[in-house]
Write a protein that binds this ligand. Sequence first.
Ligand code: HEC
Ligand code: HEC
Length: 227
Amino acid sequence: MKAAARTLAFAAIAPLATCLRAQVPPANVGARMQEISQALGVSCNYCHTAEPGSRQPEPKKEIARAMMAMMRDLNAQIEAAIGKTAAEAARVECVTCHRGVVTPRQLADLVMQTVREKGAARAVEQYRDLRSRYYGRQAYDFGEDTLIDVARRVADARPDEAIALLELNLEFNPQSARSYMALAHAYTRKIDDASAMAALEKALEIEPDNGVARGQLEQLKSYHRKR
Ligand code: HEC
Ligand code: HEC
């Protein structure tokens, strides 16, 4: 009965067709394999690519095997470092790093790399796509900080790209005063003080007590009076 229930639960998560190559596992292996699949956001065939018994190479499975060994070492080192037993210590699992994706990169790094290699328009597309697929999961941080961080890193050299990313951020976080402040900074890099001041006004509408935004606005205004 128990085994049957597990088989059913297992079939519910991984469609049968995706499991044909992986043999029907004993319950304990099945639970472990299900956990691994979920941690990486893949089906069984991502690693089990060969027909059972065919002895064809399975490169992803070999990587996974190496990751399992790495994880055992990591956990042993963690236990030694903090002086807890295996039962007491928090464990590093596949999901600790992978968070539901095969390549566990931070969202800011992914977006940054796309900005560098393909420009802001593609980065905006990529962010929208990832958000539509992963929002509400642990894979990526879609909070307001991610795009602000990337925009700050590119604003000096490529203000237009920073502006595109910040406008995207404001679409999803319309109350983000910090996005408007970063936007103001990007506009000053283009010597577009009028837009910079407008962005700072927006920031102050949202956070009237924001002393930094107020100071920057005053500074831009007095600079204009002098000119
Ligand atoms: C990320 C790669 C990966 C995924 C995904 C994965 N497995 Fe595995 N699987 C392995 C590795 C590696 C082993 C060998 C484990 C070991 O050496 O301890 C293994 C072992 C097994 C075994 C024991 C026989 C064998 O081939 O060594 C079965 C059965 C199995 N997996 C079934 C599944 C099923 C069913 C799924 C989907 C729910 C699945 N696996 C998903 C990597 C994976
Ligand atoms: C300490 C962090 C960490 C842990 C824990 C970890 N991984 Fe990974 N794994 C990575 C990183 C980082 C990469 C990607 C390297 C790259 O492609 O740049 C990776 C890549 C992989 C890949 C190759 C993905 C691909 O197709 O390119 C597989 C398969 C994989 N891990 C399986 C596992 C499994 C299974 C576990 C648990 C047994 C695990 N990993 C645990 C960090 C980790």
